[in-house]
Design a binder for this molecule. Structure first.
Ligand code: SF4
Length: 434
């Protein structure tokens, strides 16, 4: 239950912990995997589909990052990665699961996809267009960092068909950036972003993060202001999670870096983002994402949280087919070996829980800033309306939800706690055996 207080954005729940909303799933045993996979791949997909392609390399490690897998060293490594990725896409090229129904969004993430050589960026994008049945309006996002993203790589990505770039800026403040292992200065970032936008071939969006050491309300407001002034197509604003296993956690514990803004200040920073972007007339596409115009659609990030299928490629990539989630081998060597042997490099697979569809429907609503038990009851089970009443009553009293006809909008405080609230609903579904 949420606490009923005068200041719900800071006090509704105990201070934020790391939340990844989800329902329990059970593993597919290794002995069952071939037959389950055979069944899933021999039938066309039935849902909207995204594809996720993981590029595991980074030139340097950011102190807060847990995604970092492998330092990028040589051009040969880039070429070997591209060769293997193309072979991996060929593995299911004649399977209905890959070649039958349209793919609506493709996302190159990582790691740092912009670390690849220009010629390899072009090759992997061409392979996507060749081996995946892309919808005519397919969003193709190429993610990365601006450090080392030269004109040659930008042009290769554009020629390859990327129509959206998602760049990890995190903050424009040079001191804050460099303290946590990012390289470029504010001036370099602005110059590179301006150059990328000058091609006018793709939506350009950036990530901003609040919660870094040395970050203040002033630097955060300046980040928001620069983003608005640059004429970007979209901005994501995330709160930093300092994971115990991250180097940043050790640096702060050892006194090498100060802790970032406290909980109350992070709440203030989130609220400022909501107010500033609203005032500037940007559209809210999800809890954390804003668009300045209709070129930015945010398809992948939205679909990936809903009842979609996700075809995964590359080491460490995760996918979903008909509710079965799978994870590919994380180590690049294991991934390469498996692909070379002609075997899809799946390391583990999980069966969906019985309420997978319901859980995804809840996550979709909450991602879009609302909760509608009546709609869930109509689609899944009439008892759901009543089952959620204690939650909606408490959250309304606590200032996290605002009743609006049959649905509830999340207040700004509710938006700040959205991850926690989503997990609470999913736990309730599990514990009441709905
Ligand atoms: S560039 Fe991204 S993936 Fe690489 S270390 Fe930094 S945050 Fe992690």
């Amino acid at each position: 239950m949420a606490r009923v207080t005068d200041n719900p954005i800071t006090d509704a729940f105990p201070e934020s912990i790391d939340i990844h909303p989800g329902l329990d799933a059970s593993p597919v045993l290794p002995t069952e995997l071939p037959s389950v996979l055979n069944r899933l791949t021999e039938q066309p997909r039935k849902r909207r589909t995204v594809a996720y392609i993981n590029v595991p390399y980074c030139e340097t490690r950011c102190l807060y990052c847990l995604f970092y897998i492998k330092p990028y060293r040589t051009k040969e490594e880039s070429a070997a990665y591209a060769d293997t990725l193309i072979k991996e896409m060929q593995l299911w090229a004649d399977k209905p699961v890959q070649n039958k129904e349209p793919v609506h969004a493709v996302y190159f993430g990582g790691g740092t996809p912009t670390a690849l050589e220009a010629s390899d960026i072009r090759r992997v994008l061409e392979a996507v267009r060749k081996y995946l049945p892309l919808a005519n309006d397919c969003e193709i996002t190429y993610e990365g960092r601006l450090s080392g993203f030269g004109d040659d790589k930008m042009e290769a990505a554009i020629e390859g068909g990327a129509n959206r770039f998602s760049l990890g800026v995190q903050t424009f403040d040079t001191k804050v950036r460099q303290a946590v292992g990012r390289r470029s200065s504010k001036e370099e970032l602005i110059q590179r972003l301006t150059r990328l936008m000058s091609y006018s071939q793709a939506a350009v969006v950036i990530d901003l993060i609040y919660g870094f050491p040395y970050q203040t309300l002033e630097t955060w407001l300046e980040d928001l202001q620069i983003s608005k002034d640059l004429g970007l197509d979209g901005v994501d604003c995330y709160q930093l999670r300092v994971f115990e296993r991250s180097p940043l956690h050790k640096y702060i514990a050892n006194g090498k870096l100060p802790a970032g803004p406290d909980h109350a200040m992070r709440a203030r920073m989130f609220r400022e983002a909501v107010f500033q972007m609203r005032e500037a007339g940007w559209s809210r596409l999800s809890i954390s994402h804003w668009a300045s115009n209709t070129r930015e659609r945010n398809f992948y990030n939205y679909y990936a949280k809903t009842r979609t299928d996700c075809l995964a490629y590359g080491p460490g990539a995760g996918g979903v087919i008909d509710g079965f989630s799978y994870m590919q081998h994380r180590a690049p060597d294991a991934w390469i070996k498996s692909v070379e042997e002609g075997v899809k490099p799946i390391a583990m697979m999980m069966r969906p829980s019985k309420n997978w569809e319901l859980g995804r429907a809840v996550a979709e609503q909450m991602e879009l800033n609302y909760f509608n038990p009546s709609a869930l009851a109509k689609e899944f089970s009439p008892q759901l309306s009543k089952a959620f009443e204690p939650i909606t009553e408490n959250w309304t009293e606590a200032g996290l939800l605002l009743p609006f006809s049959e649905r509830y909008e999340l207040t700004v405080a509710g938006q700040f706690w959205q991850g926690r609230m989503t997990q609470h609903i999913l736990n309730h579904i599990k514990n009441t055996n709905l």
